[in-house]
Design a protein around this ligand. Structure first.
Ligand code: TMP
Length: 208
């Protein structure tokens, strides 16, 4: 594979989507050949699965069903969009990947990180990101931002602070599991500084 697979992770309200939009403006002026995509979603089938998972009306969804739906959307997105791009030498910058499932479903929903990792290994054929940028923000701060900036809260945003606290702790474990891959960026700083930091990391990885 020639392209680099770079993922951006973080708790809800860490500013991923805004940072990625700003990043696009900078990358467009560089000569880097890239695509930006997101999970769950990024292609039609996966966006349809996203709607089911995040619909606040789906209050009876079982935690394992949720984990399997994320894994299913991940598989389709990987084979339909990520792998063809990487094979064509295009770098892929993806909002969220397996680490989200380990933190949210494995630890947040208390299914177990190992159990969630094993269903995901089946889904991804052991393809993991080359680099992951973790936007670090404490759950209470993240939730505060979401409530200020969004009108429509999805099913996961609407979970209580205890759930988001567990997700954060889950990410702590995941960061330790994959130390060599995950780079932590302090997302409490002003947006421009966070964009600078993320751009520097990506530029450095791609240009060596
Ligand atoms: P987003 O708000 O970053 O687009 O992601 C949608 C929600 O889905 C967010 O609350 C995180 C959650 N999520 C999981 O719980 N597990 C996963 O594997 C992924 C990709 C996202």
């Amino acid at each position: 594979m020639k392209g680099l697979f770079i993922t951006i992770e973080g708790p809800d309200g860490s500013g991923k989507t805004t940072i990625v939009q700003e990043l696009t403006k900078r990358l467009e002026t560089s000569k880097i050949n890239y695509i930006i995509t997101r999970e769950p979603g990024g292609i039609d089938i996966a966006e349809q699965i996203r709607k089911i998972i995040l619909n606040p009306k789906n209050t009876t969804m079982d935690a394992k069903t949720e984990a399997l739906l994320y894994a299913a959307s991940r598989r389709q997105h990987l084979v339909e969009k990520v792998l063809p791009a990487l094979k064509a030498g295009i770098h892929v910058i993806c909002e969220r990947f397996v680490d989200s499932s380990l933190a949210y479903q494995g630890y947040g929903r208390e299914i177990g990180i190992d159990a969630v990792y094993s269903i995901n290994k089946f889904a991804i054929d052991n393809i993991m990101p080359d680099t992951t940028i973790f936007l670090d923000i404490k759950p209470n701060e993240g939730l505060k931002r979401i409530k200020q900036n969004r009108n429509n809260l999805d099913r996961l945003d609407l979970e209580g602070i205890e759930f988001h606290q567990r997700v954060y702790e889950g990410y702590e474990i995941v960061k330790e599991m994959f130390k060599e891959r995950i780079i932590v960026v302090d997302a409490n700083r002003p947006k421009a500084e966070v964009v600078d930091a993320v751009y520097e990391i990506i530029n450095h990885k791609i240009k060596g």
